[in-house]
Structures are given as C-alpha cells and as structure tokens.
Design a protein around this ligand. Sequence first.
Ligand code: ADP
Length: 255
Amino acid sequence: MLKVTDLRFAYSRRSAPVLRGVSFELADGEVGIVLGRNGSGKTTLFSNILGINSPDSGSIEFDGADLTKMPRRERAKLIAYVPQDIRFGALSVFDSVLMGRVARFGLTAGEEDREQTRRVLDEVGLAALAERTVTELSGGERQKVAIARALAQEPRLLVLDEPTGNLDIENERLILEEARKLARSRNIGVLSSLHDLNRALGFGDRFFFIKEGVVKYDCRREDVTADMINDVFGGRVRMVEFEGEKIILDEKKKI
Ligand code: ADP
C-alpha cells in the first residue's frame, strides 16, 4: 500500500510551495486517479513519489518502507512509471520491453528476463509485434509498449501520467481497461492523472482531488459529486446517472 503523509514540496526557496501537505493512501489492486487543474501539482506529486524530486517534508511509504530514503534501484523495483510523452529509440518491441528490467538485471539480461518479457508481451497482446521496431507502431500500440515495459519491471505500483495523451477514443479506452485489468490481476496499485473527467470516472476506484496544494477531496467513485468537481475545477457541471454509470455534463465545455 502507498501511503503519502503531509507531503510538502517547493521547486525552490523563493517559489511558492506546490504541495502544501498532501496526504492519501492507495491500496494494492486499486486504481487511484489524481485530479486537479493544470498546474495544480499532479506531475510534481508523481515526481516526488518516483524520487525525481525530494520532498521538503512529509513521508512517502510503500508497505511501511520509506521511499524517499530507498536507493534508486530498490525503488525502481517497486514503482514503474509511464510518462506523458514517451520517446523510444529504434529498438524492437521486445528489446524496449526488456529494457524495463534494467533495475533487475544489472549489466546484461538473463534468460529469466527474456522469459518475463515474453510473458508480459503475451499478457498485453503484443506478442505478434515483438520483432517490429517501436517507431513503426501506431500511437495506441506504442502506449501499450510503454505499459508493457513498466510491467516488465514487475512493480508493485504503476504510475501513469496522462496515459492517453495522444490516443484516439478507442485506443484510450483499451489502454485504460488494460491498466485496470492489470491492477486487479497482479494486485498492484495504479496511480494515474487523467484529463478527461468522464474517462476518469469510468476508470478509477478512488479519486484524489488536488486544490491549493492539498488533497481536498478523497473518495470512492460512487461518492464523487458535481460539487467537488465544480469546486476543484471552477466549472459548472452537472452529473447524471445513466445505467448505473455517473456521467458529467458540461454545457459550457469549460472542463
Ligand atoms: P500539473 O501536473 O497538475 O499540471 P505540475 O506539477 O506540472 O502540475 O506543476 C505544478 C506547479 O509547479 C506549476 O505552477 C508549475 O509551473 C510548477 N513547476 C512544474 N515543474 C517545475 C519546475 N521544474 N521548476 C519550477 N516550477 C515547476
């Protein structure tokens, strides 16, 4: 379980803090979505969890171990990251996914690493494309490679920053379903930011709304209200239920 407590972070002494006491927990097997306006600190929060930045104070624990004090390599075995914009070199799909195991294999990959890579490619439905060069693939396929590479790390937590950035609606849906399925089948936590609120509502189990540097609302999907969304995003949306699903209607298209 990921436990973030009273996390504070500023980019410099002179700039205003971005995170002013962020606290939340995410259980294994759960999909948690971080929501907030542009610039509210979602990527900054992820960079602290990943150890790219160090918090000024507060703690980030995984199963009781302090992530901020963990050596990089150890942390890389626990947490995998799929950034917003992934750039692949001219490697094959197989090698790109194998690279995800660098923190595990050291200098050269062994048979076990190749075996795990094959297993992950199978799992996400990329086995047939294993020998293709990643740069030849479609956006949706590349996104799958990025997720497969993260999974090859055998992480306990998967962090996704806007995982559907450049995808069309169908691929977006497929990627999110894939991530959700993996969270359940591997019992790993998935922490993601997501721009589209309706997508987010369909995908997440738990929602963390960031406003003014703190998690202002922390709730399960069924408890998300239009008031929370309007408070955090400053919009005027309505929420309706259709066939048991919550749908956000935004007449002004502000969100
Ligand atoms: P979000 O992901 O929610 O859009 P970010 O975490 O990217 O928000 O940004 C939060 C705030 O921190 C913004 O005001 C942004 O300008 C600032 N910021 C982000 N990265 C840096 C950086 N490397 N140096 C200084 N300020 C930054």
